[in-house]
Design a protein around this ligand. Structure first.
Ligand code: NDP
Ligand code: 8X3
Length: 252
């Protein structure tokens, strides 16, 4: 029985890889992002194996999220799996030098957008007593590093929101999983460094970072479990990345 899967941020990186993995299984995909041209290309690539519906959607736009999710075509309406993946980091400056607009955008996308999508689709899942929400968090939600400031805080929100959803859904069959990856090579750093491709490439050079497909495998793992099983949280990193201890600043 094909599942109906809605992926936010499917136009690149993890989202596109996740779409490819579900398509192989013949599931029905609702792919969303702002860059519709990217989604069109992905649809052309995948539509021989899966039924695909595209939605141009900015998750920051609460009305748009409500409008598009309540007007899904009948054969895509009963969403089984929501992958809350859309998100971004902007800048790597210390807090006292950051652009406040960047902070707003990260909060509006990573926190508010994720809650809008969840709130829009959750009532149907509870009514059907079936469904799975997979939230993409980050290791930055657990481990502070210089310049992560609000980005890290938004991902801590995603971790905690996921845990609290599990509490609210106690007694239902609706599942919630949170996946917290560390460094993976996607367009993430291109976005973070405001399209400075050289800086983004330098960031990944020699790091043997994870790939988008690594994260998609984890998403398939949590969503392919039997119905009685909920994988709460997965944290994953490249072997080259580790929390390397507290530092002491010495005066003089
Ligand atoms: P990419 O930049 O490659 O992909 C980000 C996706 O999010 C794009 O499809 C983009 O689509 C979408 N997006 C961003 N803003 C919005 C918005 N306002 N509305 C709708 N879609 C939006 O990065 P990744 O694939 O790496 O990132 C995916 C998620 O994984 C993010 O939440 C990120 O924080 C998280 N993450 C990434 C890690 C990494 O190292 N790469 C590690 C840990 C977590 P479009 O621009 O077309 O709207
Ligand atoms: C992004 C992962 O390690 O670059 O969420 O902060 S990292």
């Amino acid at each position: 029985m094909p599942r109906i899967v809605l992926v936010t941020g499917a136009s690149s990186g993890f989202g596109a890889a996740i779409a490819r993995h579900f398509a192989v299984k013949g599931d029905r995909l609702i792919l969303t992002a702002r860059r519709i041209d990217r989604l069109e290309k992905l649809k052309a690539e995948l539509e021989s194996s899966a039924k695909i519906h595209l939605l141009q959607l900015d998750v920051q736009d609460r009305n748009a999220v409500e409008q598009v999710t309540s007007n899904l075509p009948a054969d895509f309406a009963e969403v089984d799996i929501l992958i809350n993946n859309a998100g971004l980091a902007l800048g790597l400056e210390p807090a006292h030098r950051t652009d406040l607009d960047d902070w707003d955008t990260m909060i509006d996308t990573n926190c508010k957008g994720l809650t809008y999508c969840t709130r829009a689709l959750l009532p149907g899942m509870v009514e059907r007593n079936r469904g799975h929400i997979v939230n993409i968090s980050s290791s930055a939600g657990s481990y502070a590093y210089p310049g992560a400031n609000v980005y890290g805080a938004t991902k801590a929100f995603v971790d905690q929101f996921s845990a609290n959803l599990r509490s609210d859904l106690f007694g239902t069959q609706v599942r919630v999983s949170c996946i917290a990856p560390g460094m993976a090579e996607t367009e993430f750093s291109l976005v973070r460094f405001k399209q400075d491709a050289e800086k983004a490439a330098r960031f990944y050079a020699g790091s043997d970072a994870m790939t988008a497909s690594d994260i998609a495998h984890a998403v398939m793992y949590v969503t392919d479990q039997p119905a009685h099983l909920n994988i709460n949280h997965i944290e994953m990193m490249p072997v080259t990345q580790a929390s390397a201890g507290l530092k002491v600043f010495k005066k003089g």
